[in-house]
Design a protein around this ligand. Structure first.
Ligand SMILES: NC(=O)c1ccc[n+]([C@@H]2O[C@H](COP(=O)([O-])OP(=O)(O)OC[C@H]3O[C@@H](n4cnc5c(N)ncnc54)[C@H](O)[C@@H]3O)[C@@H](O)[C@H]2O)c1
Length: 241
């Protein structure tokens, strides 16, 4: 077993599987997204995306002391989940011509921090869809377009949503003109497992509300279907043999 002396982590008896399961990916990624963005006490933080990573990034922003957290998505059940469990302001970007401009307005110039928890699978425009099919575009950059306007001058955009290829019309000039710091990459997840485990043990963070379905293994196909199509209020499915 490669790296068997490094990878495995002993889980304390008193914690349930559900409390620690997301230590392998969602929890470190979202934590890194918030800490890499230097979220400070009183900051206004915009979190793009209310999937598992975005929902947890909202919790971490609150943990780090953000004064105002605005969550953006276009799937209403996910926005409702964010409001109910994370007590954040929510915006459905389909309700606005330009949600980034709207955020700039309601935050008096933009948020201190924008965390992109969407990546290349975000909602695409028709043109992006065609360009992506023709391999002229690396997928959606809809979240980054929102970030260009939603972040304040001199603010930070932290990208944890995955972007895998080259991009045409990347809004570099928009970021440049407003002195934005872009931070991004693959989360060094293992470095964060032990510190986050301590926070779970201390009751400071609880990721279990993102589990919307607990199903037996033989319902795996159905689980993938609702997860992929975002049906039945699905956010995260746990398969229990
Ligand atoms: N950097 C890393 O190390 C790392 C690790 C794990 C996951 N990720 C990435 O994080 C991203 C989020 O993961 P997830 O599991 O939460 O995904 P998800 O697909 O469940 O959630 C993404 C959410 O973004 C919403 N969305 C689409 N376009 C949007 C836009 N323009 N603005 C705002 N919201 C928009 C979708 O409706 C969806 O609810 C993915 O790209 C995933 O690959 C990165």
């Amino acid at each position: 077993m490669p790296y068997a002396n490094v990878g495995p982590v002993a889980v304390p008896e008193e914690l349930s599987d559900e409390q620690v399961l997301f230590l392998t990916d969602v929890l470190p990624t979202s934590y890194w997204g918030a800490t890499n963005a230097n979220v400070k006490i009183g900051d206004t933080v915009v979190v793009l995306g209310c999937g598992p990573v975005g929902l947890m990034a909202q919790k971490w922003a609150a943990y780090l002391g953000a004064g105002r957290i605005i969550a953006v998505d276009y799937i209403d059940y996910r926005l409702k989940h964010a409001k109910k469990h994370n007590d954040v302001e929510t915006l459905n970007f389909e309700d606005y011509d330009n949600v980034g401009e709207y955020i700039k307005e309601i935050t008096n110039g933009g948020a201190d921090v924008v965390i992109d928890c969407v990546g290349m699978d975000g909602k695409m425009s028709g043109i992006e869809r065609i360009e992506t099919l023709l391999k002229l575009q690396g997928g959606s950059k809809s979240a980054l377009e929102i970030a260009t306007q939603a972040v304040r001058k001199g603010g930070i955009v932290s990208i944890v949503g995955v972007y895998g290829a080259r991009y045409n019309n990347f809004p570099l000039g928009d970021f440049f003109a407003r002195n934005i710091t872009l931070k991004m990459g693959q989360c060094p997840a293992h470095s964060y497992i032990h510190p986050i485990l301590e926070l779970i043990k201390a009751g400071k963070i609880d990721p279990t509300d993102i589990i919307t379905h607990k199903l037996p293994l033989d319902k795996g196909e159905y689980a993938y279907e609702i997860f992929d199509a975002k049906k039945d209020g699905c956010i995260k499915v746990i398969l229990k043999p």
